[in-house]
Each structure stands twice: as structure tokens, then as C-alpha cells.
Design a protein around this ligand. Structure first.
Ligand code: PLP
Length: 353
């Protein structure tokens, strides 16, 4: 399939790289492609960034027919631009599509389309330390009927946003509240799919935690409210004794690419990693016994986010003295070194655009 390119007549001024924030600015162009059962995916095009036109009856607006991805393009010290494991994102996009019956995309084609778009927007990839070009592919059901039916028409879109460093003054440990009422996902549900609906289910707990002075919630499993699943919209890892424990992918946990990369990095460097069920009681015992050494979240936006305090049932536990631990710092430095091309990539994880 060819990609039609319609260039913007005027280009926007670039924002100040010191104050990018997250997802506030968008580049001059976006990628679009339509789907219907007769034509399959068609009309691949790069057009000026702007509003979408949708029927107010569109499935996405009523029944949550939406999935998305989150990835980044990084400016290397030599000025080139690179992606980090992009195929993993497109494979996950298709797994999410299958779960909520949206049409799957051709991973090779959407990667080619992404590279074409980034190439056109080269000047938008920032270069200050910690900054990057955030990439948001998303796929929505556009059938203009209210009747519940198998989804037929869809739109795939990619928008790009230059984003600032997640950390302004070094890695900042966060305070986390263990959520005992709301659940994010259940096995058999959509927890492993990256879909907007999961976020709708999470909003209330996140808001409650914020009001109490916490930055995120730690989610427990939806059936027994016993096993740890994720932290906010990140995967979570704990160093207990000399072992790194992370919840296994039971179907209600999102299979993060940062999670996978951290597990692989730790194993390659000789650490013992266990992907298994971890109960909140086991964690509580480890905190009381002092064997919980470090805890951190993992995700594309923050890369690695150290946890400095955990609150459960009204009790507060300090983790790693409320500071960033040496292993969390090592993971952050090692992973960001590869992502920004500051150190060699021995694993073939990066691709130059
Ligand atoms: C995207 C996401 C993650 C992290 O995935 P990465 O691929 O590492 O960015 C973790 N949990 C949830 C719920 C997510 O949506």
C-alpha cells in the first residue's frame, strides 16, 4: 500500500524544550488509515495534524471500541533518531485488537508508515537530556450505528508529541497506596489489552489516591484482592532479598515492553528474577522483616519509577529509606543508555529511523 502525503501549508513553531511536559504539543502531521470489510485497510495517508470527523454514533464513543500504544523516538548523541523495540508495540496492538474485535494491522506496514511519519517530523524530535518524541498509535471502531454488533469499520491513527524529561531533578521516589476497593481488571477481561476502557476503570482509585497525597495506586487482583498486579499504569517489580519478583502475566496484567526489557536485562546480568504470584501479605511480611530492598514501576513514559513509600490498610511502610535504591538506578541508567543511544545496544533492541 502506498502512503499519500499531504503536507501542512504552514508549520507550527517548535515549543521550548525545557517546558515540554507530557502530551501537550503535537507535531505538524499525523498518519491515518481506514478499514472496512470490503476494502480491508486502505487510504493510508499522512495529513496535517487536525481534528477528526466522526459520526456521533461511532462505536468508539459509546462502547469503548478503542485500543492504543505508547512508544518513543529518541535523539541519539550523534543526532540520529532511533526507536526502541517498535515491533513489540505493534504485536501488542494486534493482541489488543483481537481482544476487542477491532481489525488487526500489518505490523511491517505500520512500522514503515511510522518511520515515514517520523522522517517528515525529524525536527520535532527534541535533544535535551531525557526528552523524546512520544508516539501514540491508536485504533478506534467507527461504525455509525448504536445497535450492538460486530465491529466493522475502523480508523487507525498515529499522532506524535515531543515530551519532556519525566524527571526534572533526578529520579524521584513516589508514594503509592495499595487499593483495596476498586479493581482495574479481572482475568478473562481486558487487562492484558492496552485499551481505553481499562483506564476508565482506573480513574476513580487514582483520583482518590491523589486526594490523599499519593501519586499512584497499587492494584490487587480482581478476584481475591490478594495478589499484586500493577502500579498505576505501570508494571511493578520488587527486590526481596536477592531476588527480583514481578507479577506474572495472568491475563489481567498489561505485558509491558519496559517490564520485559528489565526482566531480560536483569537476567543477562546474573540476577534471579521470578515472574510469579506475589501476595500483598508476602509483601507486607517482607516490609516488616526488612527484606524488601527496593520497589519500582516500569513503563515507557517514566522508564523506571522508584517507590519510596507504600501504604496498606492505613499503615505506611518506607521502601529503600524513601530514596532511589542502587538496583533501580542501575536499571534506569542501563535502559535509558540503550534507548537514547548513549551506550552500545548489545541486544538489537534499537532501530535507526
Ligand atoms: C502501557 C502500560 C504499561 C507499560 O507498558 P510499556 O510497554 O512498558 O510502556 C503498563 N501497564 C499499563 C496498564 C499500561 O497501559
Amino acid at each position: 500500500m502506498d502512503i499519500q502525503i499531504i503536507r501542512a501549508k504552514t508549520l507550527k513553531p517548535k515549543p521550548d524544550q525545557n517546558n515540554l511536559g507530557f502530551g501537550r504539543y503535537f507535531t505538524d502531521h499525523m498518519f491515518l488509515m481506514d478499514y472496512d470489510p470490503e476494502n480491508g485497510w486502505h487510504d493510508a495517508r499522512i495529513v496535517p495534524y487536525g481534528d477528526l470527523q466522526l459520526s456521533p454514533a461511532s462505536a468508539v464513543l459509546h462502547y469503548g471500541a478503542e485500543i492504543f500504544e505508547g512508544m518513543k523516538a529518541y535523539r541519539r548523541p550523534d543526532g540520529q533518531i532511533q526507536l526502541f523495540r517498535p515491533m513489540e508495540n505493534f504485536k501488542r496492538l494486534n493482541n489488543s485488537a483481537e481482544r476487542i474485535t477491532l481489525p488487526e494491522v500489518d505490523p511491517d506496514f505500520v512500522l514503515k508508515a511510522l518511520k515515514t511519519l517520523i522522517d517528515l517530523e525529524r525536527d520535532w524530535v527534541p535533544s535535551l537530556p531525557g526528552t523524546s518524541l512520544y508516539i501514540r498509535p491508536f485504533l478506534i471502531g467507527t461504525d455509525p450505528f448504536l445497535g450492538l454488533h460486530t465491529l466493522q469499520k475502523a480508523l487507525y491513527c498515529v499522532i506524535l508529541s515531543p515530551v519532556g524529561s519525566y524527571y526534572k531533578e533526578g529520579l524521584n521516589p513516589v508514594k503509592i497506596m495499595i487499593e483495596t476497593e476498586d479493581v482495574r481488571a479481572v482475568r478473562g477481561g481486558t487487562g492484558y489489552a492496552k485499551c481505553g476502557g481499562n483506564y476508565a476503570a482506573s480513574n476513580r482509585a487514582g483520583h482518590k489516591a491523589e486526594l490523599k497525597g499519593y501519586s499512584q495506586v497499587l492494584w490487587l487482583d480482581g478476584v481475591e484482592r490478594k495478589y499484586i498486579e500493577e502500579v498505576g499504569a505501570m508494571n511493578v517489580m520488587f527486590q526481596i532479598g536477592d531476588t527480583i519478583v514481578t507479577p506474572k502475566l495472568t491475563g489481567s496484567v498489561l505485558p509491558g515492553i519496559t517490564r520485559k526489557s528489565c526482566v531480560e536485562l536483569l537476567q543477562k546480568h546474573g540476577y534471579k528474577v521470578e515472574e510469579r504470584l506475589l501476595s500483598v501479605d508476602e509483601l507486607k511480611d517482607a516490609m516488616k522483616a526488612g527484606t524488601l530492598k527496593e520497589a519500582w514501576g516500569t513503563g515507557t513514559a517514566a522508564v523506571v519509577s522508584p517507590i519510596g513509600e507504600l501504604s496498606y490498610d492505613g499503615e505506611k511502610y518506607t521502601v529503600a529509606g524513601g530514596k532511589i535504591g542502587p538496583l533501580t538506578q542501575w536499571l534506569y541508567d542501563t535502559l535509558t543508555g540503550i534507548q537514547w543511544g548513549k551506550t552500545e545496544d548489545p541486544y538489537g533492541w534499537t532501530e535507526i529511523v
